[in-house]
Design a protein around this ligand. Sequence first.
Ligand code: ATP
Length: 378
Amino acid sequence: MSITKSDITAILETITAPGEGKSLIENNNVTNVNIFGDEVVVDVQISNPTLQAKKKTETEIEKAIVAQFSSVKVKVNLSVATKKEEPKANPNQIKGEKIPGIQNIIAVASGKGGVGKSTVTANMAVSLQKMGFKVGVLDADVYGPSMHIMFDVAKAKPISVKVDGRSKMKPIENYGIKLLSLGFFTNPNEAVIWRGPMASKALNQMIFDADWGELDFLLIDLPPGTGDIHLSIVQALPITGAVVVSTPQNIALADAKKGVAMFQQKNINVPVLGIVENMSYFTPAELPENKYYIFGQDGAKHLAEDLETAFLGEVPLVQSIREAGDFGHPVALQDGTPQELAFKEITKHMAGELVKRNTDLPPTEAVKITNMSGCSTK
Ligand SMILES: Nc1ncnc2c1ncn2[C@@H]1O[C@H](COP(=O)(O)OP(=O)(O)OP(=O)(O)O)[C@@H](O)[C@H]1O
């Protein structure tokens, strides 16, 4: 039997927060709930520091969950708040400094490296551009920026322009998409180690001191993993939503879970728009009907169900996707191909999720994507 977060929340609603006279949910004691297969992890913060209160809360949570779902393992991460915590923020909140002219910032992340996060970012950007949106891409992959290669502008150097009397960095443009990448500022033959503060400073400049102009979407290609650099980016920016990319392989899915959990943490609280499964199956060009599930089948789909987030779609493992990336001409530029269609469907689905997420936002922050016909909002 599959358990959902709503099941767990309903159970936690029946448990009283120590000394508060309200339920753990009503009193905002529960900071996160995650379900990993048969393991339920509940993060809870209480204000009563006594050992007795801590033990009682832990035991009550475990007992109540196991009473309804006898086969699950329950882990309670309990902490004591030094002062009364603020109520849980609205998951649709806009954080960080608003960037004038930029309507939506989408972070593309993956737990594991090499799963195709940059490929998905580049092709999603192309699909959005083809749908008529103004799109920018920021390559924030401090470990190995590749977007400048994928957009065939590896040798370009951004110039400085004056905007309202201030010097700003002008993004490089190709295929109608504006791009800034850490790759523009490093020598391809040198290994550059972008340490946390240095990388944050460079990224801050590329975001706030750049002449992005009017954009409907700024896609940020994050580095793989869930480290400090991610925290500083996602906390400093008003990120509208995040997309997590994974292959169907267990080892990648485990890391993707961490990626989703990172965005859902209370101090980050960025809505996850959904999960994209890349390299879902291999199809040889000469046998297009044949599908070989090299990395397993439907893993990311099941993960999305478990984490109660949208499954945005799948991308097959196809030689032409790799070639197009290496060649600097993203595959979504090739009209009418199955690959173009796959990325278009994923992008439409992502935009649909974005519309849903933005429903509660104030008008100035809301997405201007009303002109997109056929966009999936189911
Ligand atoms: N669906 C696919 N079919 C074939 N090749 C793919 C596919 N997706 C990605 N690749 C190739 O796999 C390699 C890794 O992809 P990519 O650089 O997009 O991954 P990444 O997750 O961004 O990696 P990193 O961790 O280095 O940031 C690239 O050579 C890319 O062309």
